[in-house]
Design a protein. Structure first.
Lengths: 115, 114
């Protein structure tokens, strides 16, 4: 089974609107971490947000929030008030394992923000 | 500003050569990582280190080794480069704070093995 599933290969959103990027994960480990990254066309990888499996509250970081639904194994990224500079690939990832040495990346969602 | 630097942006090597990729971070982070990114395969963890001289294998350690003699520097070594190691290599460092883990990436090294 896929450890990380991102079902939206591409998405469009109007500037200033909110957008949700989907991510589901699969693990039987009680301790894990979930990540979202942004990769613009220039190629650099930018960490956006982290959610620990024991965190009770959804993580937020500026315009980014992670909608963590543990029972559904879902970790969707919500970007509020989209900007043109948000156009990029977005990757969901999970770390698990005894020493947190198992790392799984999703296939990514390409977000295009329209003016 | 946190800075993670990698020794080269582009590198061309021949099969069989020993290759060193260097990564330096300036924020005293405990954790450092090496990933490779390939089209269709995404980002994969090669090794990480949670302290000086400590290392953990990631998902694809074969053909690679690492060295962390100083906290700020994490080196990835390709003992005998092969064409299937042609890839984009990304280094990262991280720390655990109140909000959980925060990671910072270097600009990447695009390695071509001929």
């Amino acid at each position: 089974a896929q450890k990380i599933t991102q079902t939206q290969p591409g998405m469009f959103v109007q500037e200033k609107e909110a957008v949700t990027l989907d991510c589901t994960y699969d693990t039987s480990d009680p301790s894990y971490g979930l990540f979202w990254y942004k990769q613009p066309s220039s190629g650099e990888m930018i960490f956006l947000i982290y959610q620990g499996s024991y965190d009770q509250q959804n993580a937020t970081e500026g315009r980014y929030s992670l909608n963590f639904q543990k029972a559904r194994k879902s970790a969707n990224l919500v970007i509020s008030a989209s900007q043109l500079g948000d156009s990029a690939m977005y990757f969901c990832a999970m770390r698990e394992g005894r020493n947190f040495n198992k790392f799984y990346f999703g296939s990514g969602t390409k977000l295009n923000v329209k003016p | 500003d946190v800075k993670v630097t990698q020794s080269s942006r582009y590198l061309v090597k021949r099969t069989g050569e020993k290759v060193f990729l260097e990564c330096v971070q300036d924020m005293d982070h405990e954790n450092m990582f090496w990933y490779r990114q390939d089209p269709g395969l995404g980002l994969r963890l090669i090794y990480f280190s949670y302290d000086v001289k400590m290392k953990e294998k990631g998902d694809i350690p074969e053909g690679y080794s690492v060295s962390r003699e100083k906290k700020e520097r994490f080196s990835l070594i390709l003992e005998s480069a092969s064409t299937n190691q042609t890839s984009m290599y990304l280094c990262a460092s991280s720390f655990f704070g109140r909000g959980g883990e925060t990671q910072y990436f270097g600009p990447g090294t695009r390695l071509l093995v001929l």
